[in-house]
Ligand binder design. Structure first.
Ligand code: ASP
Length: 331
């Protein structure tokens, strides 16, 4: 009798609160082990689980080199139907976006984590892991690039951001989730879950340098900034990103500094939503910065713009090519 091949799901654990417990000596929460949840995910009894733990870190310790390691691991998986990556929530959006830019695989990849640890009554790890697993195995998740599943919401790696430091619903980002997964009692449905996407998959662009050779720093603008720290950051960087004001404006003192900078300077916004627009013509206004050579980051936040700039510089791209990637939204 014909029996369909068992589906295979990769579970890649990298640390974070979902893998953390209170330190027995009272030093606070630390990632201590893989979440030990793999056998506990309901509805996956017929799925073959392949577990990996390339590193076990709090996500503030995750660097682009760890992201590249993850990309290599995921890129080398064969015959899997989906992959889930568990990750600390603090830099989860950066790893998701890095994978969005670099990982071209035929199966869905879904990142998740938890805001509460295993010892807390409101532990959100198991629910998020189950949602992520079901999303990764769902046919409608294909072709969308890495997704983030958190609290039942499904986010695109380009727009997702951590919007709350402690709430369980910690993720958001303009214009919001691209899908939703809810658990239902109906056994007819895929693994007991109702999953909807609100739009179709979009075109993607890949940038995969062999090495991350470029150094890019982020500067944060504020009222009264006269460029403190700019020269030092410029001297040690191959490119800069500035989390600027509003639609991408800066105090007047920054205009000559940017005009004199030979490396790419990408302008993002420190607000939590919206594009960079070259609207204002006063000294330091977005139109003057663009004329001085600055590159608008479009809708990307500063830390995602930094990853993209790092990849483009590591590929040896020049100013004009980098500008085209950002301005034409090729990410
Ligand atoms: N600080 C933790 C981390 O990012 C927070 C979390 O995982 O929720 O590793």
């Amino acid at each position: 009798m014909f029996s369909p091949a068992r589906r295979r799901l990769a579970l890649v654990h990298t640390g974070g609160t979902i893998a953390s417990r209170p330190d027995p000596r009272g030093a606070g929460l630390t990632p201590q082990q893989a979440p030990m949840l793999d056998g506990m995910i309901p509805g996956l009894e017929d799925v073959e689980l392949l577990s990996f733990q390339p590193f076990n870190l709090p996500s503030p310790h995750v660097t682009p080199r760890h992201m590249l390691e993850l990309q290599t691991l995921l890129g080398g998986l064969e015959d899997v139907d989906g992959a889930v990556v568990t990750h600390g929530t603090d830099t989860l959006e950066e790893t998701a976006f890095f994978l969005h830019l670099t990982l071209n695989v035929p199966y869905p990849v879904v990142l998740t984590g938890s805001m509460r640890h295993t010892g807390e009554l409101s532990w959100d790890g198991p629910g998020n892991l189950r949602d992520a697993a079901q999303t990764a195995l769902h046919p409608a998740s294909k072709g969308r690039g890495p997704l983030v599943a958190f609290g039942g919401d499904l986010f695109d790696a380009r727009t997702v951001t951590k919007v709350h430091s402690s709430a369980v619903d910690a993720f958001g980002g303009y214009p919001g989730p691209i899908g939703r997964i809810d658990q239902v009692a109906d056994q007819q449905m895929e693994a007991g879950a109702a999953l909807r996407y609100f739009a179709g998959p979009q075109e993607r662009h890949f940038y995969t340098p062999q090495r991350l050779s470029a150094h890019v720093e982020v500067l944060y603008a504020y009222a009264g900034w006269q460029g403190e720290g700019y020269a030092e950051a410029q001297a040690r960087s191959d490119g800069l990103v500035i989390a600027a004001l509003g639609t991408g404006n800066l105090p007047a003192e920054l205009l000559p500094l940017i005009a004199a900078t030979r490396q790419p300077v990408v302008i993002a916004t420190r607000t939590h939503a919206g594009p960079i627009l070259p609207v204002y013509g006063y000294a330091g206004g977005g139109a003057t910065l663009r004329r001085a050579g600055a590159i608008p980051a479009s809708f990307l936040n500063a830390h995602k713009a930094r990853l993209l700039l790092m990849l483009l510089l590591s590929l040896g791209m020049h100013q004009g090519e980098i500008r085209a990637v950002f301005e034409e939204g090729r990410f």
